[in-house]
Ligand binder design. Structure first.
Ligand SMILES: [Zn+2]
Length: 318
């Protein structure tokens, strides 16, 4: 029944768009167990089930196969690409073994400052909040006081801080995180990100490595010179690690126009990136701008509804 419904949706899309669309999914963490600070991230068992299921009902392609077929209007029906953003260590320890088990290709877009330091700025915020016994965060950080008296408060505070701090420039954010350290007490941060060695291993195992800026900063918050530096540093670092060229970039936060603009993908183009990926909903066809290729993640947990959502969103060409 599901296969029949999927075929109908893709058949209708093909009539409307005159070609099969490409759906690209994005994941972040894959945790061993539920993580209260990251309610939207998937856990290992569910990821295993999902990949097995997607492999059965879709045509999962490598990024380079997908890009070639997209350009040549030769995508098969139900074409799908799996991607991961940021470069978390669980991508190596938990996701990659599951992907290998199902023979499923995937692309990992990685922010290299996190690889060098061991963690990204959002991990610092999380670890500062989760480890502190201080009961409040002053209005100096995001303009209003936040109580952190219990676990629920802490999780809400984390989300609230993230949603504000991510729209600051890298320098402004660093100042605010320094203030947060002064208020909550510094901690020894735990590594959350992959190492260069692990990235190299993923590449050797046949996975695709992609760019995601050095510091994971939203490009519209930075000057154009800083953006150029962010892209170049990230690309050079990853290329040195895998000893191969980095062809693809996923823009941090990724909403085209709000989080990055034409001038930003212009830099990516100059640097010989062959394609750039957003987080706008929709599928890609040959007419889609190569530097605003949409990616999405349906919220549906039930597997059939998850598959039907993918089919539907893929048919909404933007
Ligand atoms: Zn990201």
């Amino acid at each position: 029944m599901l296969n029949f419904l999927l075929s109908i949706i893709y058949w209708r899309t093909r009539i409307k768009l005159k070609e099969n669309p490409l759906a690209i999914l994005y994941f972040h963490h894959v945790f061993e167990h539920n993580n209260e600070y990251h309610p939207d991230d998937i856990i290992a068992d569910e990821f295993d089930r999902k990949i097995k299921f997607l492999n059965k009902h879709f045509n999962i392609l490598t990024m380079s196969e997908a890009m070639e077929k997209l350009e040549a209007k030769q995508l098969p029906p139900k074409a799908l690409v799996i991607t991961f953003d940021d470069g978390y260590q669980d991508n190596f320890t938990i996701a990659a073994p599951i992907l290998k088990k199902h023979n499923c290709p995937s692309t990992f877009f990685i922010s290299t400052s996190g690889v060098d330091k061991g963690y990204l700025w959002n991990d610092e915020v999380e670890q500062l909040i989760s480890n502190t016994s201080v009961k409040k965060i002053s209005a100096k950080i995001i303009g209003e006081q936040i109580l952190i008296e219990n676990q629920d408060d802490k999780i809400n505070a984390f989300q609230q801080l993230l949603s504000k701090l991510k729209f600051l420039s890298h320098n402004e954010r660093t100042i605010q995180i320094k203030r947060l350290k002064d208020e909550l007490g510094d901690v020894e941060f735990q590594r959350t990100m992959m190492t260069h060695e692990q990235i190299k291993q993923l590449h050797q195992d046949g996975f695709t490595i992609g760019a995601h800026t050095h510091s994971h900063t939203i490009l519209t918050t930075e000057t154009i010179d800083i953006c150029r530096e962010e892209l170049l540093k990230n690309k050079n670092s990853l290329e040195a690690t895998i000893n191969d060229s980095i062809k693809y970039i996923a823009f941090p936060n990724g909403l085209f126009e709000r989080d990055y603009q034409q001038k930003h993908y212009g830099i990516a183009k100059e640097m010989n990136f062959q394609a750039g990926f957003s987080t706008n909903d929709g599928g890609a066809i040959s007419l889609t701008n190569t530097y605003t290729i949409p990616r999405f993640m349906p919220y549906r947990k039930q597997l059939s509804l998850f598959a039907l959502s993918i089919a539907k969103i893929a048919g909404e060409h933007v």
